[in-house]
Design a binder for this molecule. Structure first.
Ligand SMILES: CC(C)(COP(=O)(O)OP(=O)(O)OC[C@H]1O[C@@H](n2cnc3c(N)ncnc32)[C@H](O)[C@@H]1OP(=O)(O)O)[C@@H](O)C(=O)NCCC(=O)NCCS
Length: 167
């Protein structure tokens, strides 16, 4: 997507010193629980594991981290699949194509590693409209739903995108 920020945004790998900024983005996710602790533990584990099979990226505008997204084997690992996770763009910078740039990097990484599918889980698609619309626009479809997974009317939706035609 072309926009006035495009040429100034740098997408690069997440490094240890990005942790506070990335956790501040995690804190922007509207949730009744504190997600920063579990996110911080996951990101630290990934950085410490030389055999980690995923990757994590940040979008920076100068020195400021304005977005992040990662991918990992997830809770049901398969050599054909990566699960996208923790896609967050700073609320001040949404609708400038930042998530699209991060997503391009994740898809490139998945293709380089010969993955056939990118998957993700998304919660209440009525509430998380932006995330749902963003993923539909990027070729994901809902392939499964576990009703009331997180509580009444809080379904777990699995979205997936086939990468096979892009090899
Ligand atoms: C979802 C999110 C990452 C999108 O980031 P973004 O940088 O604003 O997305 P982009 O600018 O790359 O959007 C690309 C396209 O996705 C769709 N889209 C993005 N946000 C949308 C919204 N709020 N409503 C409808 N469509 C939207 C549009 O088609 C958009 O293209 P357009 O702007 O030309 O119409 C951002 O809203 C966010 O961080 N939300 C909170 C965290 C979250 O829900 N994460 C996902 C968890 S699964």
């Amino acid at each position: 997507m072309e926009n006035e920020l495009d040429r100034d945004i740098c997408i690069r790998r997440f490094i240890k010193s990005d942790m506070p900024a990335v956790l501040a983005l995690v804190a922007q996710i509207g949730s009744s629980e504190d997600l920063t602790e579990s996110a911080g533990e996951q990101f630290a584990r990934e950085l410490a594991d030389p055999n980690h099979e995923g990757d994590r990226f940040i979008a920076a505008l100068g020195d400021v981290v304005i977005g992040t997204m990662g991918c990992a084997p997830g809770a049901i690992p398969s050599k054909h699949v990566l699960w996208a996770d923790w896609l967050i763009v700073d609320s001040e910078y949404r609708r400038y194509g930042v998530a699209s740039l991060l997503y391009d990097e994740i898809e490139k990484f998945a293709l380089e590693h010969k993955k056939a599918w990118l998957c993700l889980d998304i919660g209440n698609i009525d509430r998380e409209r932006a995330a749902y619309r963003f993923h539909l626009r990027n070729g994901f479809q809902i392939v499964g739903q576990l009703p009331d997974y997180w509580g009444e009317f809080e379904h777990l939706n699995i979205m997936a995108k086939s990468l096979k035609s892009k090899d």
